[in-house]
Design a protein around this ligand. Structure first.
Ligand SMILES: O=C(O)CC1=CCC(=O)O1
Length: 95
């Protein structure tokens, strides 16, 4: 199942710099592992914002929730999820 996910990052301005760096490093490692195993096929920075648009590909809503709630930055994210369905006008890859 494909999901469009928007994540807005809201780190407290007074967060200890070492804690901030550690969170961001762990977030990167976590997301890159999911990219490598195909669960997170698209990750885009929204230009001009500390936010991203992502496509996640999970077996079901429960797996999506598990992956998102495991993000190291999860306590600092506003997350908006949109389920995706195939558009009837989309051409096949080989058309
Ligand atoms: O958009 C961000 O910076 C938050 C984030 C999600 C995956 C990642 O590596 O960073």
């Amino acid at each position: 199942m494909l999901f469009h996910v928007r994540m807005d990052v809201h780190l407290p301005p007074d967060l200890d710099p070492a804690t901030r760096d550690d969170l961001i490093a762990r977030e990167k490692a976590y997301s890159q592992q999911l990219q490598r195993n195909g669960k997170w096929p698209q990750l885009w920075r929204i230009a001009g914002e500390y936010a991203n648009f992502s496509i996640l590909d999970t077996a079901d809503n429960e797996e999506l929730h598990r992956l998102l709630s495991g993000l190291p930055l999860f306590p600092y994210l506003d997350i908006t999820v949109t389920p995706l369905a195939t558009h009837p006008s989309k051409i096949a890859e080989d058309d």
